[in-house]
Design a protein around this ligand. Structure first.
Ligand SMILES: [Fe+2]
Ligand SMILES: [Fe+2]
Length: 190
């Protein structure tokens, strides 16, 4: 399946730019590594990793236009947290443009920015691979890498806490899914 998607590499690169595309290749490889550890289908991990940012159009106005055209109303949380639009739109693109019909892959793309309660292993793998791919460099990335290779739920809890702290400090709106997810994984690890 990944070979079918790699055929679209140039199209995706044109849409999201070279730098972002190279990030998606690293997320794909990291997702495959995690899939091996947690006995998740490696091909699905590769496809979801490669496509997770396939709608990350750099121009925000253009992104919003594309979202509207694809039936995503830019209001409510999409208005208050536009950084999450590309995940939902990416899931639609994966289905419409790249013929991905696997629900788990589509959800992994859709929730890779916000997280949500009770995520599948594949969803957690894509969420975490996005944060720990080799070029990522932020406070706590070493700890998050360590946790990701040890326990997906512990890693999710650590990652969601860091994200929420960062968003709060920057005075950025936090979507409910992320808060619910954080509380869910708090229960899972305690
Ligand atoms: Fe993303
Ligand atoms: Fe990403």
């Amino acid at each position: 399946m990944i070979e079918d998607i790699l055929k679209y590499s140039d199209e995706i690169k044109d849409r999201i730019g070279e730098k972002r595309f190279l990030h998606t290749l690293r997320v794909k490889d990291t997702a495959i590594e995690l899939a091996k550890i947690y006995s998740v289908d490696e091909d699905k991990a590769a496809v979801a990793g490669l496509l997770h940012d396939c709608a990350k159009i750099r121009d925000v106005n253009l992104l919003k236009e594309e979202a509207q055209e694809n039936g995503l109303k830019v209001e409510g949380d999409f208005e208050k947290a536009p950084q999450i639009i590309h995940s939902y739109l990416g899931s639609l693109f994966a289905e419409k443009l790249y013929n991905v019909h696997d629900e788990d892959i589509l959800n992994a793309i859709k929730y890779h920015t916000t997280g949500r309660e009770n995520m599948s292993s594949l969803e957690k793998i894509i969420f975490l691979a996005d944060s720990i791919e080799p070029m990522r460099n932020f406070d706590g990335v070493i700890k998050l890498r360590e946790l990701s290779y040890k326990d997906l739920d512990e890693a999710m809890y650590f990652s969601l806490n860091s994200t929420i702290k960062m968003l709060a400090e920057k005075n950025i709106y936090i979507v409910p899914e992320t808060l619910y997810a954080r509380n869910f994984y708090r229960e899972m690890v305690n």
